[in-house]
Design a binder for this molecule. Structure first.
Ligand code: NAI
Ligand code: MG
Length: 505
């Protein structure tokens, strides 16, 4: 493809030359309305996981860059908070329109950077990002308080106020979408944001930030790239950061929460999961099998915190379900993420690749366990260094196995037969995690009974959709704190409520 973009200068119009765009975005943060080189002058490689080639460089942020971004955000936030809420919403809705114009560009860039297939994942993500901005853009008038009937002579009411500067730390699996869940509500609520992107996926989110800065006042939305402890750490620590929202591992979530605890500031945590899918024998088998593929996020190589990595199937339909699922996954195409025919792309990084391979080896070596290995590795020589892992469907593992207890974040799921609902409920809840769950049955009584008893932030019956605007999303137990994606998320997690009392007596 010809070079249509000059390094260091990003195009004004949407571009489909993702490689040139990656180079043009290289080596910068975005601070105070402009591209900014890292204070240290250091950068690190951004690698296409389908080929192993370097596609660009990311600025290596540190405490100096954090200070510049937070100061810019704090200055911009003062004026932003005075803009009428509905007008703030209108600007965020305008952001949605800019994003909608760039869906194809962003989809190609995120596919190049993360190895997620264009048709099944990357384009979907880019569309949802625009939708989230559109959703929150319409909620400017909803930042309401309440009146409280305290006493006939006293008018007692509450008003909602922004928190100030929000620090947002995001991972690499759906980086644009997870960033949108934080940035859009934070802005409508009257805050400014500093995002720290994930090491593995810094470019598409940088482009999003640049595009939205064409609409937003400078300094409201800043983004830094860099390593976790060196750049994310100082962001959480910064005294002017008054709220942190984090998506990532439980391990880092704890570190972030400890710092926020010390600073006494609110924190939202979206951490991992080990989400159960429970399939009763009165379900519609074909729908449940198709649902298992969506639930397990096989098209995202299972790199999802809500992946249905434990599937419990009634013993009467267990064999039929396992065979049908394996056949359907086997028919999925692994290949070049940018090829429209591809269903399944690559794992994000060599570290995740080794981690997932480790679980698979352990599973295969477990006495009594069997793996159905599905689909085929691509034979294109250009992809020979690609981080492809075939989907694995395990049977015969027990609750004690690491594969059943720990989040794998890869294309690996475990099937278990069950007989009665009390037993399967106990198994499903025997996890440190509690993010999402799904139940497949035509018996509403059983479905609702399960939905009430499952320890999860969200339970879906006869479907398992990914994150949707307006549907509150967030886990219990080690899966996290707080909600995202809804009106409640904006009101409860990006604002505080002030009480005002007037004695009229
Ligand atoms: P991670 O939790 O290390 O990284 C997430 C973000 O936190 C990145 O931006 C990273 O730079 C930042 N970070 C790391 N250390 C930090 C620190 N000390 N202070 C502030 N920020 C810090 O996740 P990683 O290493 O990419 O993946 C490891 C595992 O975590 C995965 O295998 C998966 O199980 C889980 N994970 C869960 C995600 C989710 O959606 N809930 C997303 C990504 C990973
Ligand atoms: Mg890590």
């Amino acid at each position: 493809m010809p070079d249509t973009v000059t390094p260091g200068r990003t195009p004004a119009a949407p571009t489909l030359d993702e490689r040139a765009l990656a180079r043009a975005l290289s080596g910068h943060h975005f601070i105070a309305g402009r591209f900014a080189p890292p204070a240290s002058g250091r950068t690190f490689a951004v690698v296409n996981p389908a080929t192993g080639e370097e596609i660009g460089r990311a600025a290596e942020g540190d405490a100096a860059d954090v200070a510049a971004a937070v100061e810019a955000a704090a200055a911009a936030q003062k004026d932003w908070a005075k803009v009428p809420a509905r007008k703030r919403g209108a600007l965020v809705a305008e952001c949605a329109r800019v994003l909608a114009d760039h869906v194809e560009e962003l989809a190609r860039l995120i596919a190049l950077e993360t190895g997620k297939a264009l048709r099944t994942e990357s384009r979907v993500e880019a569309n949802v990002v625009a939708d989230i901005f559109a959703f929150y853009g319409g909620l400017g008038s909803e930042l309401k308080g309440e009146t409280v009937p305290f006493h006939p002579d006293v008018l007692s009411f509450t008003v909602r106020e922004p928190l100030g500067v929000v620090g947002a730390i995001i991972p690499w699996n759906v980086p644009m979408l997870l960033m949108a869940l934080k940035v859009a509500p934070a802005l409508v609520a009257g805050n400014a944001v500093v995002v720290k992107s994930a090491e593995e996926a810094p470019l598409a989110v940088l482009r999003v930030c640049e595009l939205l800065n064409r609409v937003l006042p400078p300094g409201l939305f800043n983004i830094l790239s860099g390593y976790g402890p060196e750049c994310g750490g100082p962001l959480v620590e910064h005294p002017k950061v008054r709220k942190v929202t984090f998506t990532g591992s439980v391990e880092v979530g704890r570190i972030v929460a400890e710092t926020c605890g010390r600073k006494i500031i609110p924190v939202t945590l979206e951490l991992g999961g080990k989400s159960p899918m429970i399939v009763f024998d009165d379900c519609e088998l074909e729908k449940a099998v198709a649902g298992a593929i969506t639930s397990m996020r096989f098209t995202r190589q299972g790199q999802s915190c809500t992946a249905a990595s434990r599937i419990y199937v009634h013993e009467r339909i267990f064999d039929a379900f396992a065979d049908a699922l394996a056949a359907k996954v086997d028919a999925m195409v692994m290949g070049d993420p940018l090829d429209e025919r591809t269903d399944i792309g690559t794992i994000i990084s060599p570290a995740q690749f080794e981690k997932v391979r480790g679980y698979i080896e352990e599973g295969k070596a477990t006495p009594g366990a069997t793996a159905r290995v599905c689909s085929r590795l691509p034979d294109d020589p250009a992809l020979r260094k690609g981080l492809f892992i075939q989907p694995h469907i395990f049977t015969g593992l027990t609750r004690e196995s690491r594969l059943v207890r720990e989040e794998i974040f890869g294309p690996v799921t475990c099937l278990f037969p069950f007989r009665d609902w009390e037993a399967v409920l106990a198994e499903a809840n025997a996890s440190d995690y509690g993010l999402s769950a799904s139940v497949w049955t035509n018996n509403l009584r059983v479905g609702l009974r399960m939905a009430h008893a499952l320890e999860a932030g969200i339970v879906q019956i006869n479907q398992n959709l990914v994150v949707q605007a307006n549907i509150s999303y967030g886990g219990v137990k080690s899966s996290g704190l707080g909600k995202e994606a809804s009106l409640e998320a904006m009101l409860e997690h990006f604002m505080h409520k002030k009480t005002i009392m007037v004695n009229m007596g």
